[in-house]
Design a protein. Structure first.
Ligand SMILES: [Zn+2]
Length: 354
């Protein structure tokens, strides 16, 4: 089959041919043109949860629906940011997006959403990190901070030396580490210990941003999730007024915080945080939200395509021999990000899937 049109990121018009699931630029006689338009390397949702909903683990049928919703939206590479479900079977299905699994989140006892995480004490942390590093696909997910009931506010889940040992353990096993972080206090502990990525990152300050730039620590802001903070504040306000105030403050500053990181040069990637309270299939909404913060449209799209693919060890460009994972749009998404919500064609592993 043939796909033709301007191919992003460079935007040069080309004819791409698909043979055996891969791209070739070699013209193929008799190839059928299946799409023409703006061609984008398969989109990436760098933070979502497959096999998880508000209550915890979901069945295989629901898991499949989540993966299909992402795929049909053009998200063909998913970085699962923690799931109690064993979703390895998804990787055996050619019709479902490529999946990078993190295993199960690791949180402090009774300090995370029920049924989500392994809930452990500091002296057990490295044991669980070792287990999840072996079980996942090169990433481990920590819950960096959460409400601590006695303090009534966000607090780091573990002491700094426990975090440092956890990160060193994962690195020794060849796995990267990321952490859920809403507040400020946990961030220096993790960044100093060499964490590879921060999820949410609403507590970032100029000093911490400089440290992230220096260590090339990535940031996945999950901008759509940050819009939920006032709701979380309202739900908790009566019992935990300090926490509610913190969440409202982090929410009020979120654009400035994320844009300060972007402008300083922190590598930022798009993640929807689907699978907890938010729906799957919304990568277009996350790109638009990042652009609404002030990130130029082309960069916001790159954060959900070529730059994210490269970060996760996949092809950034649709060159000779690249996997034929691509999305075609009727108009140039760099000029109008609203077109991202309606892909004209989605091709995964060389097959038209949507
Ligand atoms: Zn998440």
């Amino acid at each position: 089959m043939r796909v033709s049109g301007p191919v992003l990121p460079d935007g040069e018009p080309r004819d791409l041919y698909v043979v055996d699931g891969r791209i070739t630029l070699e013209p193929q006689p008799g190839a059928e043109t299946v799409a023409s338009g703006w061609v984008v390397p398969g989109l990436v949702d760098a933070h979502c949860h497959i096999g998880l909903d508000e209550q915890g683990e979901v069945d295989q049928e629901t898991t499949e629906e989540q993966a299909v919703a992402d795929r049909d939206a053009g998200a063909l590479l998913l970085r699962d940011c923690g799931s109690p479900a064993d979703t390895r079977w998804v990787q055996d299905r050619d019709d479902l997006p490529r999946l990078i699994r993190m295993g199960r989140h690791i949180a402090r006892t009774r300090r995370y959403i029920r049924n989500y995480a392994h809930e452990v004490e500091p002296d057990e942390l490295t044991t669980y990190v070792e287990q999840e590093a072996r079980r996942g696909d090169g990433w481990v997910k920590l819950v960096g901070d959460w409400i601590e009931r006695d303090a009534g506010d966000l607090k780091p889940s573990f002491p700094p030396e426990a975090f440092a040992a956890a990160i060193a353990t994962a690195h020794a096993l060849g796995a990267k580490v990321t952490a859920h972080c809403f507040g400020v206090e946990v961030l220096p502990m993790l960044i100093d210990a060499g964490i590879d990525c921060i999820e949410h990152g609403t507590g970032l300050t100029p000093d911490l941003i400089d440290a992230m730039v220096e260590s090339r620590t990535a940031l996945v802001p999950t901008a759509m999730q940050l819009n939920q903070f006032p709701k979380y504040a309202d739900q908790a306000a009566e019992k935990f007024p300090a926490y509610a105030a913190t969440m409202r403050d982090l929410h009020a500053r979120r654009r400035d915080t994320i844009m300060a990181a972007y402008e300083a040069g922190v590598p930022i990637f798009a993640g929807t945080d689907a699978g907890g309270v938010l729906p799957h299939g919304e990568i277009a909404g996350e790109v638009r939200e990042l652009a609404a913060y002030g990130i130029p449209a082309e960069d916001a799209l790159g954060a959900a395509s070529w730059r994210a693919r490269e970060w996760l060890g996949w092809n950034a460009t649709l060159d000779e021999g690249a996997p034929a994972d691509l999305v075609v749009f009727d108009a140039d998404p760099r000029q109008d990000l609203t077109v991202l919500a309606s892909p004209a064609r989605v091709i995964l592993r060389g097959t038209v899937v949507a």
